[in-house]
Structure formats: C-alpha cells, structure tokens
Ligand binder design. Structure first.
Ligand SMILES: Nc1nc2c(ncn2[C@@H]2O[C@H](COP(=O)(O)OP(=O)(O)OP(=O)(O)O)[C@@H](O)[C@H]2O)c(=O)[nH]1
Ligand SMILES: [Mg+2]
Length: 179
C-alpha cells in the first residue's frame, strides 16, 4: 500500500469556498459535487463545512477538497471575510432566474479578491428554469473579470461535468505540484 507523508498529504488538501446571494443554490451545488444527487436543502446558517476526495483518473491524481459553503443572507456577512482566507478556489454563484443575484456578484468578487481570477469560477445555477439573466451578459461579465464560466442545474445535474472540469483545470497544476 502506498504511504503518504504528512507534507504531501497537506499539499493535496484544497480549500474551496462557495459564495453568492442567499438561495442561489450553493449548498445544492456542494451536495451535487459531493453526493452526485440533489437533496432539498435548508438555508445555511452562517457556514457549512464539508470535505471529500476528488479523483482525476486521467491524470492519476486525487485531492481532498474542503468546502466552505457560506450562507448568503446579509446577517452572516460580518465574519465571512475570515472564512475565505487561504482558499485555493471559489465558486461564485448566481441564480439565472434572479437578476438581483447577478447584480450582487461584485460584492462576492470583492470578498474573494485574494484568489486569482482563473481560480474563481462564475457559476450560473438553476438553468432548468426560465432564465432572467441573458447568457451573453453573464459570459461577458465572466470575460471582463477573466473568470471561467459554467451553466449548471444542481437540481437536474446539468453542467456538472463542465464544472468538475473547470475545478480540475484550476487545481490540477497545484495538485501535481507544478504551481
Ligand atoms: N429549480 C432549481 N432549484 C434549485 C436549484 N438549486 C437549488 N435550488 C433550490 O433553491 C433553493 C435554495 O437552494 P440552496 O442550495 O439552499 O441555496 P444557497 O445558496 O445555499 O442558500 P443560502 O444557504 O441561504 O445562502 C432551494 O429551494 C433549492 O431546492 C436548481 O438547480 N434548480
Ligand atoms: Mg446554503
């Protein structure tokens, strides 16, 4: 059995933060990434922390991801900047059926500004419903901020191959120790 010393184990642990307005689907996205299914969630009170192992069979690499899923309601904002510290990757989520959640993105970009743009993925959730944000507008926002962009439905499981691909593209150089 292969053994791993504590240093190499530490280097494969990655911190992922999920940010975005209340109710956009952050917890549902985390659940879909971890459990590959949709479980109707409760509102996140402040913060939910989960961890799981992601495996990239193509490159023979695995990493332990610890997700910090931040409650989007404004009353939790006062301590959340501290929760973002040291994150390797952010999913910046909005609800494609709710334009206000798109307008709030600037606030979440500010909170995650320490993370390089290529490791902040813009995620449009709820694509199973009728969109109120034009895809082109969201794409151009992502382009303007140099962010990868994916469209998903946590409920229906749409777009998760793309999301996982973007997560690996952002973290693979680190997981392989080349960055
Ligand atoms: N139709 C549809 N509904 C979704 C989807 N994802 C989440 N929802 C619903 O949206 C609501 C909010 O989902 P959550 O995952 O709790 O959202 P959140 O961003 O974690 O919310 P906070 O914890 O309050 O910040 C719930 O009623 C979910 O069932 C989706 O892809 N499609
Ligand atoms: Mg939540």
């Amino acid at each position: 059995m292969a053994t791993t010393d504590s240093r190499s184990l530490a280097s494969t642990v990655k911190k992922l933060v999920l940010v975005g307005a209340g109710g956009v689907g952050k917890t549902s996205i985390a659940t879909r990434l971890i459990m590959k299914r949709f479980i109707d969630p409760e509102m996140t009170v402040g913060l939910d922390v989960e961890s799981w192992t992601a495996v990239d069979t193509e490159h023979g690499v695995s990493m332990r991801i610890v997700s910090f899923d931040l409650g989007g309601q404004p009353q939790f904002r006062f301590f959340q900047s501290d929760m973002v510290a040291g994150a390797h990757l952010a999913l910046v989520v909005f609800d494609i059926t709710r334009y206000e959640s798109f307008l709030e993105l600037g606030e979440w970009l500010e909170m995650t500004s320490e993370i390089p743009a290529s490791r902040r993925i813009l995620v449009a959730n709820k694509v199973d419903l009728r969109p109120m944000v034009m895809v082109d507008e969201a794409k151009s926002f992502a382009h303007q901020h140099n962010m990868p962009f994916v469209l998903v439905s946590a409920k229906e499981g749409i777009g998760f191959d793309d999301l996982e691909r973007e997560i690996w593209a952002a973290l693979l150089p680190q997981a392989q120790g080349t960055s």
